[in-house]
Design a protein around this ligand. Structure first.
Ligand code: AMP
Ligand code: MG
Length: 417
């Protein structure tokens, strides 16, 4: 760990791995238990509160998967084609009469199977002879082109699991089961502050020594994507007592407090001391770049996360620390984003013992493989580096260098939020 000595010197103790830090905070967080009913049109993105058992099978009745002709499998020709007189016709949405023995029934996609039949010939595979009979070829398997009742989901099975972050396809399944709404966890309430004398809110006048606050808007947008109800609490100035008071007040009304800036150990970084004075700091620095330091704590029973001020560090630590915390608070099953293997199109050296994220664009190589092209500049303050890239390459703690052509794990921004 000798290579970490400068970090240890700067921040006064060993660094904690991202997984360890997230494990600690997620274990301390209690999911909100209030449940609310939402209509299906409001359900996308919400966290399902209870398992949903299927009140009916899907499909609800056995039906034809194609337009064609239905027969009993006992009548299927084995070696030579065979002709059947036609009788009966059943359309989707209409009841089927039982089939007349020895006859083929005209049937359409989605129509219920007539009693006595279990197999459908596609209309493309038959011909009609001069006598108006359906001539079917040999070789079709019994039960072909039929969708059995319950083959998708059996009645009583758990169709949607508690803790699912609902997606359009989950909402579709609920609708197919005839449900009009779902019970979901209430949205978690998150207070967001920026900190720093150097910040001006967009829309206010900016002193020459100030920059417009961008992190607060980025963080609020990310939180909303995660389904949170966000309170925009503006900018806290670098003033310990006022900062502590504001955090304490916010704690009473929120499920999570998020700040950006002021978590380093400079004399004007007051967040750590502020949290300490009204709550407790549970951990402090993480082995992540860009990112470290990240502060976490509890104020009046409410979890607190203090992200760094540099925009890229703020973004990366949000994704890896705030996102799992928010999901745990909302009772969501934790799904770690899966890194896709791609070829590095860059050389990179890093310290062992910490995780690093490299901003990259993806490009398809001549051989069809995807390769990751590193954004040319590395500064943690460069917003353009997030705007102009597709995602992050994740380099684990054990990696110390990357050579061109090597496989690395890519996390697209869309998958991270
Ligand atoms: P700090 O973590 O407070 O030391 O801030 C590090 C750097 O991040 C500062 O020099 C600012 O330029 C930048 N920064 C801090 N907060 C914000 C913010 N809310 N929006 C944009 N940049 C910020
Ligand atoms: Mg600051």
């Amino acid at each position: 760990m000798a290579q970490l000595s400068d970090d240890c010197f700067a921040f006064g103790g060993p660094l904690m791995s991202v997984d360890e830090a997230v494990g600690i905070i997620v274990a301390r967080v209690k999911a909100v238990c209030e449940v609310e009913a939402v209509s299906l049109i409001e359900a996308d993105g919400r966290i399902l509160a209870h398992d949903v058992a299927a009140p009916l099978p899907l499909p609800p009745f056995t039906n034809s998967a194609v337009d064609g002709y239905a027969l009993p499998s006992g009548d299927l020709p084995q070696a030579l084609e065979r002709a059947f007189p036609m009788s009966g016709r059943v359309q989707a949405g209409h009841a089927a009469q039982a089939a007349e023995p020895g006859h083929a029934v005209r049937i359409f996609t989605g129509a219920p199977m007539p009693g006595g039949t279990d197999t459908v010939f596609m209309q493309e595979d038959i011909r009609v002879d001069e006598a108006g009979r359906v001539v079917v070829p040999p070789g079709l398997k019994a039960g072909a082109n039929v969708r059995l009742a319950g083959e998708d989901i059996a009645a009583g099975d758990v169709a949607l699991k508690a803790g699912t972050r609902l997606r359009p396809q989950d909402v579709a399944l609920a609708a197919a089961l005839g449900l009009t709404g779902l019970a979901v966890a209430r949205r978690i309430k998150v207070a967001v502050f920026s900190t720093g004398d150097e910040l001006a809110s967009p829309g206010t006048s900016r002193a020459p020594s100030q920059l417009f606050d961008s992190n607060r808007f980025m963080l609020m947008a990310m939180l909303r994507r995660l389904g949170c109800e966000v309170s925009d609490l503006g900018i806290l100035r670098d003033q310990r007592t006022l900062l502590a008071q504001a955090l304490q007040q916010a704690a009473a009304m929120h499920d999570l407090i998020l700040t950006t800036g002021g978590v380093s150990t400079g004399e004007e970084d007051h967040v750590k001391a502020g949290v300490d004075s009204v709550g407790s700091l549970v951990l402090w620095r993480m082995a992540i770049k860009p990112g470290r330091p990240v502060a976490m704590g509890i104020i009046g029973g409410t979890p607190f996360i203090g992200l760094p001020g540099n925009p890229v560090a703020s973004f990366v630590t949000f994704v890896h620390v705030v996102r799992p915390t928010v999901l745990a608070l909302s009772g969501a099953r934790l799904a770690h984003p899966v890194a896709i293997p791609v070829r590095a199109a860059f050389t990179y050296k890093k310290k062992g013992g910490r995780r690093e994220y490299v901003r990259v664009n993806l490009r398809k190589r001549a051989d069809g493989e995807l390769e990751a092209i590193k954004f040319p500049r590395e500064g943690a303050g460069l917003l353009s580096s997030l705007v102009e890239t597709d995602g992050l390459v994740e380099l684990g703690e054990s990696v110390t260098k990357v050579e061109p052509g090597q496989h690395v794990g890519f996390l697209g921004y869309a998958a991270l939020l």
